[in-house]
Design a protein around this ligand. Structure first.
Ligand SMILES: *[C@@H]1O[C@H](CO)[C@@H](O)[C@H](O)[C@H]1NC(C)=O
Ligand SMILES: *[C@@H]1O[C@H](CO)[C@@H](O)[C@H](O)[C@H]1NC(C)=O
Ligand SMILES: *[C@@H]1O[C@H](CO)[C@@H](O)[C@H](O)[C@H]1NC(C)=O
Ligand SMILES: *[C@@H]1O[C@H](CO)[C@@H](O)[C@H](O)[C@H]1NC(C)=O
Ligand SMILES: *[C@@H]1O[C@H](CO)[C@@H](O)[C@H](O)[C@H]1NC(C)=O
Length: 287
């Protein structure tokens, strides 16, 4: 770990000590003291709408049977978080909460029309929101994430099949940690962006070294996960599947062996069109 210069150390506090230690040199995840939000604020949907999708959304699904086979043979399944594992888009909700919803929405639109890197877009949005540590705490308390239906049951089945589960998100670890905790995902299996705060709690930027802060970052995370698996399994190569609603999830395959689209919260037509496999409800998987 590269040494951080001490003035930097005294001016910044990482909000969480989660261990998505991707970059080998300059992650600041071990910066102390850390303020950790360990409250399990998270709404669990009852996994009860089993098999009861009414056909409207089912018609959007693609190759469910093959998706089941893929998940059966995968050693590792990586999930996107916002609009996949949870029903919300964290950054939009946070922007709303901080009274910057419209401004951020306009910028997101601009970013999507091109001419901005992922990291530039992230920086600009955060510079608008400038969330303080206190706002983050209140946001988590007042707007707990809602876990998508049947996620817990799917995770149970994957674990029973000896499959490792990772969460890979372009969102913020402080918002995702309660979700990971509720779903019993160790923080070492979470890749997400890290916010920094000054000691007085005001926003101080984000960790630009996290792979998830860059274009193609989810793919980089998957390469790292693959290496780690190989290292611990006598060079055996892993079969890795990425599941998510967005273009960044689709673009993570390759290096992921497979991509399965998920449209249970929002259907992004471009993603659905390009995906070979598409689910609209996690209960479509029965391993
Ligand atoms: C769905 O779950 C409910 C209880 O949660 C159960 O009574 C019902 O039989 C299940 N239906 C199907 C089709 O599995
Ligand atoms: C099916 O679900 C959709 C979306 O929830 C709803 O708009 C529609 O009315 C439902 N159709 C039937 C036949 O229940
Ligand atoms: C999951 O179970 C299937 C059989 O049901 C087996 O072929 C496959 O190897 C298992 N996957 C893992 C990663 O253990
Ligand atoms: C918090 O500290 C930073 C850095 O020292 C400073 O720029 C900022 O004005 C302070 N904010 C408040 C609300 O005191
Ligand atoms: C794994 O592969 C590397 C490079 O090809 C080799 O040096 C090493 O001996 C292999 N380890 C095992 C356990 O096979």
């Amino acid at each position: 770990m590269k040494r951080l210069n001490s003035t930097f150390l005294t001016s910044l506090v990482a909000i969480s000590a989660s261990a998505s230690d991707v970059s080998t040199s300059t992650t600041y995840s071990t910066v102390t003291p850390t303020t950790t939000l360990r409250r399990p604020y998270c709404k669990m949907t009852q996994d009860k709408d089993n098999g009861t999708t009414n056909g409207t959304t089912d018609t959007l699904a693609k190759n469910i049977k093959q998706a089941n086979e893929i998940l059966k043979t995968s050693n590792i399944v990586c999930f996107d978080v916002d609009s996949t594992i949870i029903q919300e888009e964290g950054i939009d909700e946070l922007a709303d909460f901080c009274g910057k919803g419209a401004e951020v929405a306009a910028l997101t639109k601009e970013a999507m029309s091109g001419g901005m890197t992922f990291q530039e877009a992230l920086k600009k949005r955060l510079d608008i929101i400038k969330p303080s540590q206190k706002q983050i705490r209140e946001f988590i308390k007042n707007h707990p994430s809602t876990i998508s239906p049947n996620v817990q049951e799917l995770f149970r089945q994957l674990r029973a099949n000896n499959t490792e589960i990772y969460l890979i998100s372009g969102g913020f670890d402080c918002l995702i940690e309660p979700v990971a905790t509720a779903l019993q995902i160790p923080l070492s299996n979470l890749f997400a962006n890290k916010l920094y705060f000054h000691f007085n709690g005001s926003y101080a930027g984000f960790d630009t070294q996290q792979v998830t802060s860059r274009s193609g970052g989810k793919g980089e995370a998957i390469k790292f996960i693959r290496q780690k698996f190989q290292q611990f399994n006598n060079n055996e190569s892993a079969i890795i599947t990425m599941i998510g609603d967005g273009a960044t999830d689709l673009e993570a395959s390759p290096p992921a062996d497979y991509f399965i689209g998920y449209g249970g919260n929002v259907v992004r037509e471009e993603v659905r069109h390009r995906a070979n496999y598409y689910l609209t409800n996690f209960n479509q998987i029965q391993l």
